[in-house]
Design a protein around this ligand. Structure first.
Ligand code: ADP
Ligand code: MG
Length: 353
């Protein structure tokens, strides 16, 4: 009755995952675009697991190695091949976080959301969840629910639950034994079409109250959270897996022109949360007894999905232009700090029914 082959394959997936460790960093370089201007050349060369950045001003080349480097020609489908095994992990009851980190214009949203003709990681991962759900339907019943949130200026908003036209719904994070977000709207999804509609609704609400949606989205974190409850039909054992898909705010450093006003406030909030994220991961890496989850809204929200009991994938998106070289080196520096993480084996979340 049980699909033995699928079970074997799953076991292999998880073994491979364990071999690679629970934190992985993939770098993705976007192609040069017409909007970059014709004078702009590229300062980047890539191999399958390395990236070389030529700093023209310093006449130096910096080389970094990562698990995976996706060059300018990499397709969405190709990138997803290396994300796919995580979908199996979620249905097996693990918590998974997938981040896109990088300066504005480096390809974070392209990687996570993509576009209707060429969808990104968010949609592809959810589609894969439905595929596996179907594959396992004789043995498990699955419930899949989605929430879409935004963190802007250290305030958490519910993008699906916003009832008013002109205002987003604010949320608080409660931390007792488990973290919870009272009032967060979870929308049940049963098909890839449901997912498209639900996510679209969330992305739309991002624009509420923003003068310029592009600017706003580069200055806020967008979080798509997927909650998967699996019940084993034979043993009645229940497992819960969470997937967080996070399109982070632009990582660019404060510009000299932004030392006052709202812009500075935004930049400081972004710096705070991105450095808090780096601090949390590096504290986990060095197995410090205290992990500073509470230093930002983002790390508070994700605290049960970062660390021992979970799997993390960080895309570091970079732009190849010479002009972007300093920011590219900063992003790769952040990535290198994240990469050295080695954590204990992830465990499944198991809840007795
Ligand atoms: P970010 O979200 O980091 O600000 P975007 O994802 O919006 O950046 O990308 C900036 C621009 O570059 C967009 O026009 C996007 O379509 C394009 N782009 C990014 N990555 C790629 C890619 N891998 N292939 C083709 N175009 C890309
Ligand atoms: Mg974006």
């Amino acid at each position: 009755k049980y699909n033995k082959e699928a079970k074997e394959r799953r076991k292999l997936f998880n073994e491979l995952q364990d071999l690679k460790g629970n934190i992985r960093v993939y770098v993705r370089v976007r192609p040069i675009l017409p909007s970059d201007g014709s004078t702009q050349g590229s300062c980047i060369e890539t191999g399958i697991d390395e990236i070389r950045v030529r700093n023209v001003e310093e006449k130096k080349t910096f080389k970094y190695e990562f698990e995976k480097v996706f060059g300018v020609e990499s397709m969405q489908s190709q990138v997803f091949e290396d994300v796919k095994p995580l979908a199996t992990s979620i249905l097996d009851g693990y918590n998974v976080c997938i981040f896109a980190y990088g300066q504005t214009g480096s390809g974070k949203t392209h990687t996570m959301e993509g576009n209707p003709k060429d969808r990104g990681v968010n949609y592809r991962t959810l589609s894969e969840l439905f595929r596996i759900k179907e594959e396992r339907k004789q043995d498990f019943s699955f419930d899949i629910n989605v929430a879409v949130m935004e963190i802007y200026n250290e305030t958490l908003f519910d993008l699906l639950g916003s009832s008013k036209e002109k205002e987003k719904k604010k949320l608080e994070i409660l931390m007792s034994k488990e973290i919870s977000v009272p009032g967060l709207l979870l929308v049940p999804v049963n098909s890839p079409e449901d997912v498209i509609n639900t996510l679209q609704g969330g992305y739309k609400s991002r624009a509420v109250g923003a003068n310029n949606i592009n600017e706003h989205s580069s200055r806020s974190h967008c979080i798509v959270s997927v909650y998967v409850t699996a019940i084993n039909l034979t043993t009645k054992q229940k497992t819960i897996g969470k997937l967080h898909l996070i399109d982070l705010a632009g990582s660019e450093r404060l510009k000299r022109t932004e030392t006052t006003g709202d812009r500075m406030k935004e930049s400081m909030a972004i710096n705070k949360s991105l450095s808090a994220l780096g601090d949390v991961i590096s504290a986990l890496a060095s197995k410090k007894p205290h992990i500073p989850f509470r230093n930002s809204k983002l790390t508070s929200l994700l605290q049960d999905s970062l660390g021992g009991n979970s799997k993390t994938l960080m895309f570091v998106n970079v732009s190849p232009t010479i002009e972007s070289c300093p920011e590219t080196l900063c992003s790769l520096g952040f990535a290198a700090r994240v990469k050295t993480v080695e954590m204990g084996k992830a465990e499944k979340n198991t809840v007795k029914a």
